[in-house]
Write a protein that binds this ligand. Structure first.
Ligand code: SF4
Ligand code: SF4
Length: 114
């Protein structure tokens, strides 16, 4: 995960965001770089290389190519990468991403993730 993201949420913004709920979220965590581990069994057409690392490929809008865009949920949930399994809904990183995404959308600025 990139270190440039904040890992805290102001109390004011946490209230505005509401509790984390993946069914109500634009899956913003699925725009992060997902570095694949040796134990991950991901089809080759869903993966690529970035900086020498094998990662999940992303579409032109930045979302992971395994995301089911109609439902905004993971299309390979049962075999999703270990990094994705460890990501905690409602954890500091989830909240920081949702806050950042909400702020950028408010400003009408395209969110760019690394
Ligand atoms: S884990 Fe957090 S950021 Fe990811 S889809 Fe769920 S609520 Fe959204
Ligand atoms: S593999 Fe699934 S959970 Fe992981 S980033 Fe892609 S769509 Fe999201």
């Amino acid at each position: 995960m990139p270190s440039s993201h904040r890992n805290t949420v102001s109390p004011q913004n946490a209230r505005a965001l509401g509790p984390a709920d993946c069914t109500q979220c634009d899956a913003v965590c699925c725009r992060l770089t997902v570095v694949l581990q040796p134990e991950d069994n991901i089809p080759s057409h869903l993966a690529t290389y970035q900086g020498g690392l094998r990662v999940m490929a992303r579409d032109e809008d930045g979302w992971c190519v395994a995301l089911d865009g109609a439902r905004m949920n993971c299309g390979i949930y049962d075999s999703r990468p270990s990094v994705c399994r460890r990501f905690v809904m409602g954890g500091p990183y989830c909240n920081a991403l949702r806050e950042e995404y909400a702020e950028e959308r408010t400003r009408g600025i395209e969110l760019v993730l690394q």
